[in-house]
Design a protein around this ligand. Structure first.
Ligand code: MSP
Length: 507
């Protein structure tokens, strides 16, 4: 059966992971986990982009081989994935043979079909930056100092016939509104496609760049890094280990907005179409984490290290924060104060205290066993109908990638559980001699246990560890399929709960 195949961008092997890389992996992981909870079989791919000038340069500066540098960076990125509890099924590195072979095969096939041709390229080249420059690189009509000496040179290269597919691509985008998401990004791509496309230079002469995949039809050249990197989505699932119809086409590519146009929205669909391969169903472009208003990146220097946040606050607090703060598609400014305030208020007070308070009461008043709800008054009915509303709208938000709003629905329900306790006052009922007090107390505890179980089911794709911890306190297995567990009215009566724990200790 066709799996739901989703991917992240593959990170550049030219620096350590930062918050932006971590966010994208968490976002994609939340989609993957949600799809599994919805009952789909999922294949989740991520990986590392290891070729190109910057990687070669970085290794040279360190005095090591590029592969050595890539191996070290791959370890760092993979450690991050594991600390973030990313549930990827595969990790592809573009220096692997399985990838290089497929790149070679695609290039050869395109060359044989006449989609790739050799031509002379004339342009301004900076030896210091080791790249061709464009008019837009000039400042006040001059080449800036950073480029050193700039000379006009002619170089032979190989070109891929992008322009031939321009009209087809415009048509494809217009007739498939789910191809580029969020929908407002479509107009940006269509705007770009109003200008005539140039054919794409897909080679680099080896004497200028050796760290790349050699062109199968001319070993004096290596493949342009984007042409190489994009193929990862296909190469990972087209080796003999996979029955490619179960995987291809990809259902969802999750990427940052900086690499939507042209690589993912223009080069990639045209590469696939020219190769007679099916196109991905959707490309979801997320926004940037910024610091001081600028995109967080290695080159600006102002980055946030996800590992130090995870070490200090825990994996799920990190996952919660990035998913709760970001509206998918838009930018968000990172602030530690904001992180700490969400940690204290949403996680510590609203959720963490609820769990420990509830477990404490069930142990003090009912010997740790879930009692039977014996009355059903407006307070209980209200909480239950609030759950049904929150759940339905949470599910809808999750299906539309509005995770921040979906999470907010669940947390507003969590606050309603706390409110319910404040209204029912079980601590007073426990001391009361009123005839109905004990019935009401048992009802209150049973209702709160059920409500918290549901909240735990709802947060599971975002906070898998916290979900497992709460479920474990209730002696329940982690949730597998949402629809089996999102309905009010499970029978936990008589179940022994475990002792209280602190989910979010003061950092
Ligand atoms: N190697 C290319 C992608 C090739 S995909 C076939 C690349 N690498 S990257 O390391 O620069 O970025 C990897 C992903 O992280 C991209 O989707 C990028 O948008 C994302 N982010 C990098 N910095 C970011 C932020 N500051 N905020 C959010 N995500 C950003 O591009």
């Amino acid at each position: 059966m066709k799996k739901f195949f989703l991917t992240t961008a593959i990170d550049y092997a030219n620096g350590s992971p930062h918050l932006g890389h971590a966010y994208e992996k968490v976002l994609t992981d939340v989609v993957a986990r949600t799809m599994r909870l919805e009952g789909r079989e999922v294949h989740f791919l991520t990986g590392l982009d290891e070729h190109g000038q910057k990687v070669q340069q970085g290794a040279k500066e360190e005095g090591i081989r590029p592969q050595e540098r890539c191996d070290r960076i791959a370890d760092e990125f993979q450690e991050m994935l594991s600390k973030l509890e990313i549930s990827n099924d595969d990790y592809i590195r573009t220096t692997e043979t399985r990838h290089q072979k497929v790149v070679g095969r695609i290039l050869q096939a395109l060359f044989d079909k006449g989609e790739i041709y050799k031509a002379e390229y004339r342009g301004f080249y900076s030896t210091r930056a080791e790249q061709f420059l464009q008019e837009k690189d000039k400042v006040d009509g001059e080449w800036p100092e950073i480029f050193g000496e700039v000379t006009e040179i002619t170089e032979t290269n190989y070109f891929f016939k992008l322009s031939k597919y321009q009209n087809w691509l415009v048509e494809h985008i217009k007739s498939n509104p789910e191809f580029i998401l969020p929908a407002y990004r479509q107009s940006q791509v269509l705007e770009f496609l109003k200008e005539p496309l140039n054919d794409l230079c897909i080679s680099r002469p080896k004497d200028r760049l050796s760290w790349g995949i050699p062109l199968p039809f001319n070993q004096d050249f290596v493949t342009y890094v984007w042409f190489d990197a994009l193929v990862n989505y296909y190469s990972a699932v087209s080796s003999s280990n996979y029955h490619s119809d179960d995987y291809w086409p990809a259902d969802l590519h999750v990427i940052g907005k900086d690499i939507l146009t042209p690589p993912h929205a223009v080069y990639w669909p045209i590469m696939l179409q020219a190769s007679e391969l099916a196109l991905p169903k959707s490309i979801l472009a997320h926004g940037w984490w910024t610091t001081s208003g600028e995109k967080m990146s290695k080159s600006t220097g102002e980055t946030v290290d996800p590992l130090s946040l995870i070490d200090r606050y825990g994996t799920d607090a990190f996952r919660y924060f990035v998913m709760r703060e970001m509206t998918v598609g838009q930018d968000a400014e990172f602030s530690l104060e904001r992180f700490e305030s969400r940690y204290r208020a949403d996680l510590g007070n609203d959720l963490g205290n609820l769990l420990s308070r509830l477990l404490h009461m069930v142990h003090s008043y009912e010997d740790g066993k879930v009692p039977t709800a014996e009355v059903n008054e407006s307070l209980e009915q209200c909480l239950q109908s609030q759950w049904e509303k929150s759940r339905d709208s949470m599910l809808e938000h999750f299906r539309e990638f509005r995770f921040n709003l979906g999470i907010e629905e669940t947390f507003s329900f969590i606050r309603s559980i706390n409110k319910y306790a404040d209204d029912r006052t079980p601590w007073k009922l426990a001391k009361s001699d009123e005839p109905d007090a004990k019935k009401e107390l048992r009802t209150c505890l049973a209702t709160m246990v059920e409500a918290l179980r549901l909240a735990s089911v709802a947060i599971s794709p975002v906070m898998p560890q916290v979900h497992a911890q709460i479920h474990q306190r209730m002696n329940l297995e982690p949730t597998k399929i949402w629809k089996d567990e999102l309905g009010w009215g499970s029978t936990l009566v008589g179940k022994k709960l475990q002792e209280k724990i602190i989910l979010f200790p003061r950092a």
